[in-house]
Write a protein that binds this ligand. Structure first.
Ligand code: G3P
Length: 217
């Protein structure tokens, strides 16, 4: 499973790159707004340090403007994935951009039917939002499972990019289901390393190292 980092924070991306934990980056208008940076400039900088796909989202609602925005975003770098919302205008834009060989990430997916439409429109990635479904007492992971079944039934090549990941458990559950990619905030990726028994075990080893005076260097 590929790890994308859901942030526009350059320092955090660089930190995770050093651990081999960054196969790509995703942003959205809320992430860009939070960064306080210019969308074109920050996206260009991210593309210069990350080899994998970098998702940058259009801001228009109509197809013509979305397409113009998508083409402008795609010019930033070869690894741009243009992110469009799962609306009819977004699907139309997805089809046109995909036909031109541009990667497209269809976002704000909350149902299996929406994911089926995105695959038909040639999406490179479909982004189902797990956490926001959980927020309204629906089952986000069940949606990932349903999409996996549908895509496998028909051999769709659209990659399932599980998004709105809120905790480390979401990551391992998505990996068990077979999501192609998970995009998560840096703190969630870091939390995957945590286990109380690792902490306790290390404390025990350290006590014995001190008692026995064990040295390697
Ligand atoms: O990739 C989409 C993601 O950023 C949404 O996450 O936590 O705002 O639902 P969240």
């Amino acid at each position: 499973m590929k790890f994308f980092v859901d942030t526009a924070d350059i320092d955090q991306i660089k930190e995770l790159l050093a651990y081999g934990m960054v196969d790509g980056v995703t942003t959205n208008p809320s992430i860009i707004a939070k960064s306080g940076l210019d969308i074109l400039e920050v996206t260009k900088e991210i593309c210069s340090i990350v080899d994998g796909p970098v998702s940058a989202e259009v801001v228009a609602l109509d197809h013509e403007t979305m397409l113009a925005e998508g083409l402008k975003l795609a010019k930033i770098a070869d690894n741009i994935a243009v992110k469009v919302p799962l609306t009819w205008a977004g699907l139309q834009t997805c089809k046109v951009l995909s036909d031109q060989g541009i990667m497209v990430n269809v976002t704000l997916c909350f149902s299996a039917n929406q994911a089926l439409l995105a695959a038909k429109a040639g999406a490179t990635f479909i982004s189902p939002f797990i956490g926001r479904l959980d927020d309204i007492n629906l089952d986000g992971l069940e949606l990932i499972d349903d999409i996996r079944t549908i895509y496998d039934n028909y051999g769709f090549e659209t990659q399932i990019l599980a998004a709105s990941i809120r905790n480390a458990n979401h990551m391992s559950e998505c990996a068990k289901i077979g999501a192609d990619v998970c995009t998560a905030p840096p703190n969630v990726i870091k939390a995957m390393a945590n286990h109380v028994l690792t902490d306790n075990g290390l404390a025990g080893f350290m006590a014995d190292i001190k008692k026995a005076g064990i040295k390697i260097l």
